[in-house]
Design a protein around this ligand. Structure first.
Ligand code: FES
Length: 161
């Protein structure tokens, strides 16, 4: 039987199959989800807050618990959309705001001297790397490049896990 998921704050509803994960609902609604780890429960880029219907989701698995422990914005309503399967009705989810570092399409160099138009987030920990409105300097760009590199290394080292 299909299940209806409500997405806040946009207020739309999406139908997905029972046992599909929440990522399916996000992608069905054309929400761009970076899926930095490829849906393996290792990053924060599919992190959502479940504002209703937590009981209608599959229980947290070990990997999800471990990953949520390092996400700085995680709270008791947090789930990783790629890991949470929908088994009941009444689920409402909210996507945290901000742009993940790897979502930046421009060459990072082009951002020098501009102001961040939204928070730039770390794709593994969701830590805010640059706050909205902050002037992006060369040293910030160098830090972002180093961060990109360490994320790449982290994901390739944990590929087999
Ligand atoms: S896509 Fe990485 S944890 Fe879900």
């Amino acid at each position: 039987m299909p299940k209806t998921i409500k997405l806040d704050p946009i207020g739309t509803q999406v139908e997905i199959k029972t046992e599909d994960n929440l990522l399916v609902a996000l992608l069905k609604n054309d929400l761009h989800v970076l899926q930095e780890c490829g849906g393996r429960g290792m990053c924060s880029t599919c992190h959502v807050n479940v504002t209703a219907g937590m009981d209608a989701l599959s229980p947290l698995n070990r990997r999800e618990i471990r990953t949520l422990e390092v996400i700085t914005t995680a709270n008791r309503y947090s789930r990783l959309a790629c890991q949470a399967r929908v088994i009941g009705s009444g689920v409402v989810i909210e996507v945290p705001s901000g742009m993940y570092l790897h979502q930046i399409q421009d060459n990072l160099e082009d951002l020098v001297g501009t102001r961040a138009h939204q928070d730039i987030l770390h794709p593994i920990t969701a830590e805010v790397l640059v706050v909205t409105g902050k002037l992006i300097t060369r040293s910030i760009i160098n830090q972002l490049k180093n961060t990109q590199l360490s994320i790449k290394n982290y994901l390739s080292e944990n590929q087999e896990i």
